[in-house]
Design a protein around this ligand. Structure first.
Ligand SMILES: Nc1ncnc2c1ncn2[C@@H]1O[C@H](COP(=O)(O)OP(=O)(O)OP(=O)(O)O)[C@@H](O)[C@H]1O
Ligand SMILES: [Mg+2]
Length: 179
């Protein structure tokens, strides 16, 4: 049963590890599903256990990871689904390519200072990277290129999770994706 006359869009959450991408996308997903919208989640951790489990974290592998995800996001988006993608996706070029692949695409920069992300260290990865146990970790030993013209910026060190989610919903309303 479809209650809403939906237009598809991919919301692409990018930012440092522990910045809040998954937390925001998960909460938003619940909110949308509860209200009868068609939505799907594509999250780095889950995708890397299956669709892209053969890939590592070199620049080439990160690009291939995002290429495959963007392909799936395109298929879902053109079927009028809200696709919530949460990927560090550290290079501008790969995000721009994802935008071109998908078409209906909003880049959401989940912005949080590195020091706060290190403090949060949700998965304990910053600790390992800083101890030299993980190589090529974004923010420590690998670059993160900030979006130059994101569609929305969420400063997760300054606002609580609910407020970030509300700001995404407001933007979706402004752009006509939500009633
Ligand atoms: N405004 C906010 N938005 C999102 N998360 C927030 C906010 N304020 C505090 N947090 C907290 O920050 C943490 C973010 O962790 P999360 O796993 O979502 O990061 P992530 O960006 O998905 O990292 P990774 O790239 O490693 O998957 C959570 O514990 C969350 O509760
Ligand atoms: Mg995450």
């Amino acid at each position: 049963m479809c209650e809403h006359d939906q237009k598809g869009v991919t919301l692409w959450f990018t930012g440092l590890p522990s910045s809040g991408k998954s937390a925001i996308a998960d909460r938003l997903y619940e909110f949308l599903k509860d209200r009868g919208y068609r939505a799907e989640r594509l999250d780095g951790d889950i995708v890397r256990q299956d669709l892209t489990r053969d890939l590592g974290f070199s620049r080439a592998d990160r690009e291939e990871n995002i290429r495959r995800v963007a392909f799936v996001a395109k298929l879902l988006t053109r079927n009028e689904i809200f696709v919530l993608c949460s990927f560090v996706s550290p290079y501008r070029e790969m995000r721009d390519r994802a935008r071109r692949t998908v078409g209906s695409f909003l880049e959401v920069y989940v912005k949080c200072p590195l020091e706060v992300c290190i403090e949060r260290d949700v998965k304990g990865m910053y600790g390992k990277a800083r101890a030299g146990e993980i190589k090529g970790f974004t923010g420590v030993s690998d670059p993160y290129e900030e979006p130059l013209r994101p569609d929305l910026v969420l400063e997760t060190d300054k606002e609580p999770l609910d407020r970030s989610v509300d700001r995404v919903l407001s933007r979706m309303k402004e752009l006509g994706f939500l009633e």
